[in-house]
Design a protein around this ligand. Structure first.
Ligand code: HEC
Length: 162
């Protein structure tokens, strides 16, 4: 094999590998694991355990919203901060990398937006301490819940035979 042929083969192998890496990065970062849903929404396809984890986090969102509204009704801004911080960015770090890779980019952006919103609510409740301002922030966060629910549903991947 001549040197020229060898370097051509190397170059081809490198290009193929780069394409594979680009394809995986696209799938992992942008596309996620999705299919057309049965009600006009996009279905995110997850394993049963991942779906259970996501839905549990959703129920915790409702719990946190309840805690915030309850604390607001008493104008207890310290309790607002505690309830809001429970669903802040720190909470998003519990999401396993495998599940993260199945979420489309827009889904991740909406989810991070909500987590950041809760952190901002906690910070402002402590520093500004104005219930009306918290209510505005809560409304903005709830709009993102609504936007995501309007666009996505979650379905379980068929269980593989083991
Ligand atoms: C990034 C997308 C996204 C955001 C943001 C989001 N959700 Fe969800 N949520 C979903 C999906 C997808 C489902 C599953 C819906 C389905 O399959 O029909 C869901 C389901 C739920 C459920 C049902 C849980 C169960 O056990 O079945 C609740 C309650 C919920 N979300 C509350 C909230 C609240 C409250 C917020 C905002 C504070 C929120 N979600 C923000 C995507 C999101």
């Amino acid at each position: 094999m001549t040197e020229v042929t060898k370097s051509r083969i190397y170059r081809t192998v490198i290009v193929v590998l780069l394409l594979v890496i680009a394809g995986m990065a696209y799938k992992f970062i942008f596309a996620g694991s999705t299919a057309a849903g049965d009600d006009q929404r996009v279905a995110v396809i997850l394993d049963p355990g991942e779906r259970a984890l996501m839905l549990r986090e959703m129920r915790e969102f409702v719990g946190s919203v309840q805690g915030i509204v309850d604390a607001l009704s008493r104008e207890d801004m310290k309790a607002v901060a505690v309830a809001a911080r429970r669903m802040g960015m720190a909470r998003s770090h519990d999401v396993p990398a495998g599940l993260m890779g199945k979420l489309p980019l827009e889904f991740k952006a909406l989810a991070l937006g909500v987590h950041r919103g809760f952190d901002a609510m906690a910070m402002d409740a402590e520093s500004i301490g104005m219930p009306r301002h918290t209510l505005e922030q809560l409304s903005a966060a709830l709009q993102q819940c609504v936007a995501c629910h309007a666009r996505y549903q979650v379905k379980e991947a068929p269980v593989r035979n083991r």
